[in-house]
Design a protein around this ligand. Structure first.
Ligand code: SF4
Length: 365
């Protein structure tokens, strides 16, 4: 398929939507496709892509919003550090993510020093400008974010800036996909695989889902036509009863990914078990600093330990992140929980499913 006019050519979209209808008819059953990435979730909602799909093609949002899957216990530890007078540096999305008792915006209102960054390098510049302060960067995210954060740490070490450390909760996407693929409560038939993450880890990283579960996996970009073509590719595989990794986003993603970023990550980080909100502890699904860089590990430097947080039992973010429910099925959606007064992280984050549904789909529910 060809892209014309900046990936939004209406005739191409109509033709692809028509093909989706024909393929869906040939399937004669319901199919459940998980879009793993939060940016896909937002783009699907913003572009009204659900309205193009026949009723038997369901899109489920997955665990691909890094803020959403960060456990409340991580926020609790960050709050504790700020209360001790340590300066935090973080992306803005983290400010209203609930911890067990409060969030970072409340800590800032109490006088905690929290620097909001647009890039990890902003934190480095802040540390350079304030050598008298200890800075802890809240290092969360998937492979896409891991590489630039580690690039920042590399720069700090090279430039002799020692007053910065990382509170790490990095996560790796494929282990979570494997867990969801084997969960009978979710019943996934195929994955629309992430774009940015795949640029780092490579399309071949999803082969495990083909080999173990015979699930079609299509890597797609974020433009409307990228997503529609990605869905066409998935439905074609399902109709033909094949399963393979298809890289529809090959203008950016390579089979083997970004080797330079992978080498940087391998030098600084080691695999660790990680706790995912709503999914639980997954073996080898996170990345933590290796022994060689322990002095930059905020848990070691400041003598804290990230424990599991106490979840708000009324919030169903865990089920949303697993694709068990769509956001409107949470009793609090749009009532007790709105972007102005979020109860869970899925309503806070700019990539959260609840925020996406609230912003773009309320009127068609
Ligand atoms: S609507 Fe709010 S409370 Fe419900 S799952 Fe989403 S974020 Fe959690």
């Amino acid at each position: 398929m060809k892209y014309i006019d900046g990936f939004r050519e209406p005739k191409a979209a109509q033709a692809a939507a028509e093909e989706i209808k024909v393929l869906a008819q040939r399937l004669e059953r319901e199919v459940r496709i998980m879009e793993v990435c939060g940016s896909h979730t937002m783009a699907i909602a913003r572009c009204g892509i659900r309205t193009l799909l026949p009723p038997n093609v369901l899109l489920l949002s997955g665990p691909g919003c890094p803020v959403c899957v960060t456990d409340g216990g991580y926020i609790d530890t960050a709050c504790e550090l700020a209360r001790r007078g340590i300066c935090l540096a973080t992306f803005g999305d983290m400010m209203k993510v609930p911890g067990s008792e409060c969030d970072l915006s409340q800590i800032r209102a109490e006088g905690g020093v929290i620097q909001v960054c647009y890039s990890p390098l902003d934190a480095l510049e802040y540390a350079r400008a304030h050598p008298e302060k200890e800075i802890v960067f809240l290092a969360i995210g998937f492979e896409t974010t891991t590489a630039p954060v580690i690039g920042m740490l590399h720069a700090a070490i090279t430039q002799g800036i020692g007053n910065i450390s990382l509170l790490t909760a990095f996560k790796i996407i494929p282990p979570a996909m494997v867990v969801l693929a084997s969960d009978p409560a979710v019943q996934i038939n195929a994955f629309l695989c992430p774009a940015h993450v795949s640029a780092i880890i490579g399309a071949a990283a999803y082969q495990v889902l083909v080999d173990r579960f015979a699930l079609p996996c299509v890597v797609a970009g974020f433009e409307p036509l990228d997503i529609i073509y990605g869905l066409c590719g998935i439905l074609r595989q399902l109709v033909h009863k094949t399963a393979q990794v298809e890289n529809q986003y090959n203008r950016v993603v390579r089979a083997g990914g970004n080797k330079r970023a992978q080498a940087l990550i391998a030098e600084f980080l080691k695999p660790v078990d990680a706790s995912w909100r709503g999914i639980g502890l997954l073996q080898g699904s996170g990345m933590g600093l290796g022994e060689k860089y322990a002095e930059f590990d905020a848990e070691i430097r400041h003598g804290v330990q990230i424990e599991l947080g106490r979840p708000n039992l009324a919030c169903r973010c865990g089920d949303v992140l697993k694709g068990v429910i769509n956001p409107p099925q949470c009793a609090l959606f749009g009532k007790g929980c709105t972007p102005q007064h979020p109860v869970g992280p899925c309503m806070v984050s700019s990539e959260g499913s609840c925020a996406a549904f609230y912003k773009y789909s309320r009127s068609v529910l």
